[in-house]
Design a protein around this ligand. Structure first.
Ligand SMILES: [Mg+2]
Length: 331
């Protein structure tokens, strides 16, 4: 089976439910945008060694890639429509870090031939996508695959729909608005630290790192309610700084109001992880006079929009806290 046969075997089924994909048989996709709607488009790229360790099952890598994009759609109040996928696969998959973990165990099985690496990878990768397509109501609409001499890199572009003029933006927060976050913060950063330290008993936290939960329903419910919104991917304080800049406001947040999971609370650095840890993929939004009980998912008020342009962090006794590293930065 050559590369094209493999791709058509594993990826065509992912496109079959979406007419705009033309079943991956044409040069491009052709997408109808319903009257009165706008397309929201977002793109993310992930690379082995930076965004994933390489010994995760390929299905999990696929799901994280799709879900980080879905999280951006959620943050914009968009309903998922379709996605495009690009994969730069190491020319010898077996020479990359992917030889560790699950693939390694297959390679040690004398019945599995070395060239089966790519088959195993694509099979597992596509099964992860298939599972999430069902869960989040999105379809593959096109893509491209190349080989590379470097490590495995993947990129995904997701498209969603919003009624015209209703996309939630980072700009729009007003002085006096409350600042809210969904779910719990810091789990993912603590999970990554646990898995790097080989503490695989922190299952809940590691799962939160490997498999984010895009808050699609919440995003849809926040249309017309949130004055600004984004998803937290690089750490609360840094990302809140982006909202402040876009909205030309300042913010005060209170550490004792940060929502923490029980698993996070058992760790000494939970507050710092909640303030600056990456990969939360929870929604951060501002709103005025919000009734949190009217929303389809738990949210916590963590502070208020103020004048100025800085993010001020106060602890339980009202003391100002300075943190050295506000979040994740690639460069
Ligand atoms: Mg984002």
């Amino acid at each position: 089976m050559n590369e094209f046969d493999l791709i058509s075997k594993y990826f065509k089924p992912l496109a079959s439910g979406f007419p705009g994909s033309l079943n991956l048989t044409d040069d491009a996709a052709l997408i109808d945008v319903p009257e009165g709607m706008q397309l929201v488009i977002t793109k993310d790229a992930i690379c082995e060694g930076i965004h994933f360790i390489g010994d995760e099952a390929p299905a999990l890598i696929a799901q994280k890639l799709l879900r980080t994009n879905l999280s951006d759609l959620a943050a914009k109040g968009a309903k998922p429509l379709c996605y495009f996928l690009a994969g730069m696969l190491p020319s010898t998959l077996s020479s990359s870090g992917l030889t560790r973990g699950s693939i390694l165990s297959k390679k040690m099985d004398p019945r599995v031939k070395p060239e089966d690496d790519i088959v195993y990878f694509l099979q597992s990768f596509a099964s992860g996508l298939a599972q999430d397509q069902k869960e989040f109501g999105i379809h593959l609409a096109g893509g491209d695959t190349t080989s590379t001499n470097g490590s495995l890199c993947l990129s995904l572009t997701a498209l969603g729909l919003v009624p015209k003029g209703q996309m939630l933006k980072r700009s729009g927060a007003k002085i006096g608005d409350g600042i809210y976050v969904s779910g719990t913060l810091g789990d993912s950063a603590l999970g990554l630290a646990s898995s790097q330290a080989g503490q695989s008993n922190d299952g809940f936290l590691i799962r939160r790192y490997q498999l984010p939960e895009p808050r699609i329903e919440l995003g849809l419910a926040l249309r017309g309610i949130a004055t600004s919104c984004m998803d937290i991917s690089d750490g609360l304080v840094q990302d809140l700084g982006h909202v402040c800049k876009a909205s030309n406001i300042g913010a005060t947040i209170y550490t004792h109001q940060l929502p923490l999971s029980d698993a996070a609370k058992s760790q000494s650095n939970a507050i710092l992880a909640a303030l600056s840890g990456g990969d939360d993929y929870e929604l951060l939004f501002t709103a005025k006079n919000l009734d949190v009980k009217s929303l389809p998912f738990p949210v916590a008020k963590i502070g208020e929009v103020k004048s100025g342009n800085e993010v001020k962090i106060l602890d339980e006794s009202g003391e100002k806290i300075e943190i050295e590293k506000k979040g994740f930065s690639h460069f």
